[in-house]
Design a protein around this ligand. Structure first.
Ligand code: NDP
Ligand code: 2IT
Length: 444
């Protein structure tokens, strides 16, 4: 058995009931196989793949809090510090009832390679809780965040581990988490990113992931002699990433026509009304059923279904495994040219393969959604020098970083005769930097 297959089998056996983690590791291992096989003895001797798949540290803790009725509630909190070979652990916190150890491990594993691709000095980590923010009052959110940080603050710091937002964690939650960290640790430091602009946040961090995904779409089209101008874009999700993907799609001259949440989806043939979407989701924290009140000519459907709409570019921006094989078939049949993953691992392995085999340019999340964490790293830089850069400065750097990522993943794929396989390119380019650093630092 080859070294890659041997370690993959061990990872699956050693981490039962973690299908998402198996999926993420399988995708990376399958695509870095040529790199490993070119130097198998050395990688095996150094146990690189075993070290890469075993988190450096996992912290699990109880999060007790008291709801508005005075009842004691208990949730699980977790932080996976996966790999700090190239910088402090960096990655978001997810608050969603589906959160478990396997999901946080898959996200933390992906983050290692994504953060490497940004070209910035950040290692990989991820955390979260099975807490469900839906339907909770602001007071309850605050009490939960304070309890969560009371435990987490022992393990993080501006130079050790710097969390940020993810599903269910946005500006409101980061504010409450930051306040509690400051209070307990007595440090006013850049321990979290995605902070508010009045207390150390970076301009353009809110927009960064969605903007970055659309910059990536622009890059991949440009590489094929085309542009976003006049393109129809199908987007899933209606959260932080989706909203700013819609905004940037318009700025690039394209027309985003869909969005979705966990109850249903909207098709607006004239183009999604960005202001309505922001009001529904950012201000009112309401459901997409409200959208029709703003746009009577739009369609609202229960369940899932955005991938059935004809488009040039598809951007899954909600959650993992939301674009399935039948969706991939529909996209191909409708002439879709490019898929850029705004979410983390939104496309299943078989759907990815189908899209690639049918000539769709497929840019995986660890490259396409890296704009968020890249601007987080820029927020860390600004905090360190105690300065704030302008929106134009940060956005300009973001655009440069996305173009650089596209160049690097294209080059890495070409070096192994895997032209246009951006999944392989992203995994190889991300892997090379981390592994060089690991080898240089010895067995640790
Ligand atoms: P938000 O919480 O802001 O929005 C998530 C959106 O996806 C909501 O519309 C939500 O609907 C929908 N959604 C979430 N889970 C499910 C589910 N199980 N089934 C159906 N719909 C679901 O999160 P973000 O926009 O920040 O994150 C979206 C994706 O992007 C995630 O995969 C995240 O890991 C990834 N990402 C985020 C980054 C960031 O900077 N925020 C950076 C890089 C990647 P509802 O409200 O109904 O639950
Ligand atoms: O998946 C991700 O890259 C994020 N949720 C953002 C992480 C960060 O530290 O900004």
């Amino acid at each position: 058995m080859s070294y890659v297959d041997d370690v993959l089998a061990k990872v699956i056996a050693k981490n039962p009931s973690e299908p998402e983690f198996h999926q993420a590791v399988t995708e990376v291992f399958e695509t870095i196989r040529p790199v490993i096989e070119a130097n198998e003895e050395m990688y095996k001797r150094e146990a690189i793949l075993e070290r890469l798949t075993e988190p450096e540290r996992m912290i699990k803790f109880r999060v007790p809090w008291i709801d508005d009725e005075g009842n004691v509630q208990v949730n699980m909190g977790i932080r996976v510090q996966f790999n700090n070979a190239i910088g402090p652990y960096k990655g978001g916190l997810r608050f969603h009832p589906s959160v478990n150890q396997g999901i946080i491990k898959f996200l933390g594993f992906e983050q290692i390679f994504k953060n490497s691709l940004t070209g910035l000095p950040i290692g990989g980590g991820k955390g979260g809780s099975d807490f469900d923010p839906k339907g909770k009052s602001d007071r309850e959110i605050m009490k939960f965040c304070q309890s969560f940080m009371t435990e987490l603050c022992k393990y993080i710091g501006a130079d050790t581990d710097v969390p940020a937002g993810d599903i269910g964690v946005g500006g409101r939650e980061i504010g409450f988490l930051y306040g509690q960290y400051k209070r307990i640790r007595g440090l006013y430091e850049g321990v979290l990113t995605g902070k508010g602009l009045t207390y150390g946040g970076s301009l353009a961090r809110t927009e960064a992931t969605g903007y970055g995904a659309m910059y990536m779409a622009q890059e991949v089209l440009k590489a094929h002699g085309d542009s976003m101008e006049g393109k129809t874009v199908v987007i899933s999700g209606a959260g932080n990433v989706a909203i700013y993907a819609v905004e940037k799609a318009y700025q690039l001259g394209a027309k985003p026509v869909t969005c979705s949440d966990s109850t249903g989806w909207v098709y607006d043939p004239e183009g999604i009304d960005l202001e309505a979407l922001k009001e529904i989701k950012e201000v009112n924290r309401a459901r997409l059923t409200e959208y029709k009140k703003y746009r009577p000519n739009s369609e609202y459907h229960e369940g899932r279904g955005v991938w059935a709409i004809k488009c040039d570019v598809a951007a899954p921006c909600a959650t993992q495994n939301e674009l399935l094989i039948d969706d991939a078939k529909q996209l191909v049949a409708n002439g879709c040219k490019a898929v850029v993953e705004g979410a983390n691992m939104p496309t299943t392995l078989d759907a990815t393969k189908y899209l690639q085999e049918n000539g769709v340019w497929f840019v995986p999340g660890k490259a396409a959604n890296a704009g968020g964490v890249a601007v987080s790293a820029l927020e860390m830089s600004q905090n360190s020098e105690r300065l704030s850069w302008t929106f134009e400065e940060v956005d300009g750097r973001l655009q440069g970083i996305m173009a650089n990522i596209f160049r690097n993943i294209s080059d890495a794929a070409a070096r192994y005769d895997l032209d246009e396989n951006y999944v392989a390119g992203a995994n190889i380019a991300g892997f090379e930097k981390v592994v060089n650093a690991m080898l240089a630092q010895g067995v640790c």
